[in-house]
Design a protein around this ligand. Structure first.
Ligand code: NAP
Length: 210
């Protein structure tokens, strides 16, 4: 698949690297693409660099992994995403990390969807720390973390579930895009545990079933 990354930082960089290893073609983007040259060269021939608009144009699947405060501007610069899958990884954190800027009766994912008419928005990867995605393996002894996701388009969710599995997480479908109202607070919980309660960022969530 062709995947375009808008926001090639901790999250976007880690995901792109894993997907390249799995044989996908990935275009990493930046407002200053030249700064990604060394990164892309180290990832081999399936890694490309470009602007957000070039990454969006290149890809069937676009990943949004920018700070929430820059999300609207980043999507605007990407241009039309009509017909494409947009994976929204953002967390709408208040600047002082005291809560979610969109409140708890709304979500970043739903706000993003309004900005990209015709795109199939799937929320994913927002509740897993980038440190986990950047480490050698996703395994915690014999368990791998859950990769919670949600969206309104069933076929887009199937594609994203496979990408989640490829990253080493166990995909867990949480329903319609409005379930992002639960997934984004989950990220807030992880930040509270990791930094407020001193557990650090080598922690992850696992849904247990029996
Ligand atoms: N860090 C985590 O553990 C984690 C985990 C899950 C979800 N998240 C969420 O994922 C998102 C990204 O987090 P991160 O930690 O990966 O951030 P980051 O390392 O700061 O990377 C963000 C990237 O966004 C790009 N960017 C910023 N403004 C942009 C714009 N207007 N247009 C295009 N690109 C822009 C920057 O690239 P240039 O400056 O090169 O343009 C930068 O590389 C956030 O919403 C965060 O809440 C983070």
């Amino acid at each position: 698949m062709k995947i375009g990354i808008i926001g090639s930082g901790n999250v976007g960089g880690a995901l792109g690297k894993i997907w390249i290893k799995n044989g996908h073609e990935v275009m990493f983007s930046s407002r200053r693409p030249e700064k990604l040259k060394t990164l892309a060269e180290s990832f081999g021939k399936n890694a490309h660099i470009g602007t957000p608009a070039e990454a969006a144009n290149f890809a069937d699947i676009v990943v949004l992994a920018v700070p929430w405060t820059n999300a609207f501007e980043a999507l605007k610069s990407a241009g039309s995403l009509e017909g494409k899958i947009l994976i929204d990884c953002t967390n709408p954190l208040k600047p002082d990390y005291s809560g979610l800027a969109v409140g708890y009766n709304n979500s970043a994912a739903e706000e993003v969807a309004k900005l990209v008419p015709g795109a199939k928005v799937v929320k994913a990867f927002n509740s897993t720390f980038a440190d986990i995605m950047n480490s050698e393996s996703r395994m915690f002894d014999s368990l791998n973390p859950s990769g919670f996701y949600c969206g309104n388009d069933i076929s887009a969710k199937k594609v994203v579930a496979e990408l989640i599995r490829e990253t080493g997480l166990e995909p867990v479908d949480t329903g319609a895009l409005s379930s992002a109202r639960y997934l984004e607070p989950l990220a807030m919980l992880m930040i509270t545990l990791g930094f407020g309660m001193g557990m650090g960022s080598s922690i992850a969530l696992k849904l247990l079933k029996r």
